[in-house]
Ligand binder design. Structure first.
Ligand code: ZN
Length: 286
């Protein structure tokens, strides 16, 4: 059982608020490095401000010595911050249901509204995450929480300290739960190895004439086949077959083809015994 109330994160950094512009915040080294920072501060303390730019930022990172907060300069990450921004009440419920039994500190973020929840969940990690591992871990957690904000998958990401606008202060909330460790870094990395890399889409083919483009459409594209069926005056059956096309051989309206391009460009005459014609759909286009 992990106790978040006595959770001292071994390294965390504080960064100046972006009042002077993000350029300043992003280019100067961290304001302060903290070791053994008591995370319960995130439960107990939050700022009420008129503008977000007045709030200081933090990271659960240990940075390489004296450097700017860039991805390259992250040494290790000591907690996993999940950011959920303007999601539905139902999605928020699902997230906390999935977190049941796990240790976390959660707090409303600056833009939180009761009917449009925005919040952060700070999860302890089984071991520090190395920057080269971070994205793989992040994608595994994202697979569990699809609403995770994609803008925060970089380890360098700075987080505002718990805060809210003065007009929304009555809606602010924070919570802390003891439990198991959700982010088991090695298990998630192991799992990410099993995941197939997303298949790259084949580049669209290049054609040098209309015929090639049409042939490609006939063999690959259902909508091209529907258009052809319409052009040929075919009847489209519910089971996804075009029927009643005039047979080039026996001249009866007995040729049929499937609309799904699963069997290539083939069309067949129904009178297989007496006629037996089968051929390419392209033949009707000549
Ligand atoms: Zn025929």
């Amino acid at each position: 059982m992990f106790d978040v109330h006595t959770w001292n994160i071994p390294h965390m950094s504080m960064h100046p608020c972006p009042r002077e512009g993000w350029k300043v915040t992003n280019t100067i080294p961290q304001w302060s490095r903290n070791t053994d920072f008591p995370m319960r501060h995130f439960i107990n303390v939050h700022e009420v401000v008129e503008q977000k730019e007045d709030v200081m930022l933090w990271t659960p990172n240990q940075w390489k010595e004296g450097n700017k907060p860039t991805n390259e300069n992250v040494h290790e990450t000591h907690a996993f911050v999940c950011d959920f921004d303007k999601i539905s009440v139902m999605d928020a419920k699902v997230i906390f249901a999935k977190l049941k039994g796990f240790a976390y500190i959660a707090h409303a973020s600056y833009s939180h509204k009761p009917l449009l929840p925005s919040f952060r969940v700070i999860l302890p990690v089984s071991r520090p995450i190395k920057p080269e591992e971070f994205k793989r871990v992040w994608w595994e957690v994202q697979a569990i929480f699809p609403k995770l904000d994609k803008s925060c998958k970089d380890p360098r990401r700075l987080w505002y300290l718990p805060s809210c606008h003065s007009e929304r202060k009555r809606f602010y909330w924070s919570s802390a739960k003891n439990g198991d460790i959700f982010v088991d870094v090695d298990a998630l990395l192991q799992q990410s190895l099993k995941r197939k890399p997303p298949r790259k889409k084949a580049p669209p083919p290049k054609f040098s004439n209309t015929e090639d483009a049409l042939n490609y459409g006939i063999s690959k594209d259902k909508f091209v086949r529907i258009q052809i069926a319409e052009q040929l005056g075919a009847k489209i059956m519910e089971r996804g077959v075009a029927v009643g096309v005039k047979c080039p051989n026996c001249h009866r309206n007995s040729v049929w083809f499937t609309l799904q391009p699963t069997d290539g460009g083939w069309a067949r005459c129904n009178h297989l015994n007496k006629c037996g014609w089968f051929g390419q759909l392209t033949e009707f286009m000549e």
